[in-house]
Design a protein around this ligand. Structure first.
Ligand code: NAD
Ligand code: ZN
Length: 353
């Protein structure tokens, strides 16, 4: 089919604070790529940060960049070498394509590849647009009963899967999740699916904790300024009937990382998902002398197939995270809502067709 007369409306971030809808050429897939008619793209905190601040750490927007990386779509054309997909297939798009040649790629931890090409991380374009090409082997066919919205939500779901795998969540574990944003909430779902028996979420926002309760948190704890984290650690243990085996930090706040360490049972594990200031002060001797393991989490590797299987089997219902939906033409309004969080926004999805 000829696509030349179609538009490729795209949400392009020119520089800090300057997000525009523009028409761009429809790309041609290379031999190992597919051309995708984009369907659903979620907004992530990182997209909003690039828009409002122009950077995240060392990643700086220096040239116009299409935003968006939590996405799904329908294959419309396949490159010569593509065997496992055909036009009409609906796919979840794993946004980070690694080099495939380095030690990390070869060992399977491709999320650590220094040369990853990740959607909407400068200088790579994202896919909040109508047509987009992607490495075919990083596109995962959706089972018939899995929606395109759920396909897009495989991205944050994969972050949680990576975190819970790194934390080795297992049957009967008690888990503390610090921060009840989309990432904390999806960790709640995955920790539950992996067998956690009791899960407590913290936040500084009472409304986010309401959502956590609706999504099945056993306990919630509102963190207020001026209270010692050691006091909250005691409170967490009281609420859970013992110190948590695992803490999953999903806010990046210094005090919250401190709480995660102090609250975790001796011999337990803290995983750091939240990314806040580059350097923070934490009770490291407390962790050392109680053999509390602190593990990093960076995106995900080999999680998409499992994320899809979890959605398909009903072991998680990520659609519950969606609070708002917009059309691509209204992407600026969607971003504005993501920035302010107005109306209790959790996950905002943009429809591209
Ligand atoms: P978000 O900002 O929507 O959610 C963070 C939540 O933490 C908010 O509800 C906020 O009220 C709460 N919070 C802030 N300070 C707190 C404190 N002191 N104690 C408890 N809660 C507190 O962000 P999100 O989209 O849910 O992402 C969460 C974090 O995960 C971000 O830092 C993000 O950068 C990070 N992240 C990391 C990876 C990774 O690969 N490591 C991937 C995705 C997101
Ligand atoms: Zn690599």
């Amino acid at each position: 089919p000829s696509l030349v007369n179609e538009d490729n409306l795209s949400a392009v971030l020119h520089k800090k604070g300057d997000l525009r809808l523009e028409n761009r050429p429809i790309p041609e897939p290379r031999d190992d790529e597919v051309l995708i008619r984009m369907a659903v793209v979620g907004i992530c905190g990182s997209d909003v940060s690039f828009w409002t601040k122009g950077n995240i750490g060392d990643f700086v927007v220096k040239a116009p960049m299409v935003l968006g990386h939590e996405s799904s779509g329908t294959v419309v054309k396949v490159g010569q070498k593509v065997k496992h997909l055909q036009p009409g297939d609906r796919v979840a798009i794993e946004p980070g394509v690694p080099c495939r040649y380095c030690e990390h790629c070869k060992s399977g931890r491709y999320n650590l590849c220094p040369d990853v090409d990740f959607c909407a991380t400068p200088p790579s374009h994202g896919n909040l647009c109508r047509y987009y090409t992607h490495a075919a082997d990083f596109c995962f066919k959706l089972p018939d009963h899995v929606s395109l919205e759920e396909g897009a939500l495989c991205e944050p779901l994969s972050v949680a899967l990576q975190a819970c795998r790194r934390a080795q969540v297992s049957l009967g574990h008690t888990v503390l999740v610090c921060g009840a944003g989309p990432i904390g909430l999806v960790n709640l779902m995955v920790a539950r699916a992996m067998g956690a028996s009791k899960i407590l979420l913290t936040d500084i926002s009472a409304s986010r904790l309401e959502v956590a309760k609706e999504l099945g948190a056993d306990q919630v704890l509102l963190v207020e300024p001026g209270v010692e984290m050691s006091q909250y650690a005691t409170e967490v243990a009281t609420l859970l009937g013992g110190a948590p085996d695992i803490s999953i930090e999903c806010s990046g706040a210094e005090s919250s990382i401190k709480l995660a360490i102090l609250a975790t049972v001796s011999g337990g594990t803290v995983v750091l998902v939240g990314l806040g200031p580059a350097e923070v002060k934490v009770p490291i001797v407390n962790a050392a002398t109680r053999e509390v393991d602190i593990r990093g989490v960076w995106r995900y590797a080999n999680c998409y197939p499992t994320a899809l299987a979890m959605i398909a089997s009903g072991s998680v219902d990520v659609s519950k995270l969606v609070t708002h939906r917009y059309a691509l033409q209204d992407a600026l309004l969607a971003y504005e809502r993501a920035r302010t969080g107005a109306g209790g926004a959790i996950k905002i999805l943009i429809s591209c067709d």
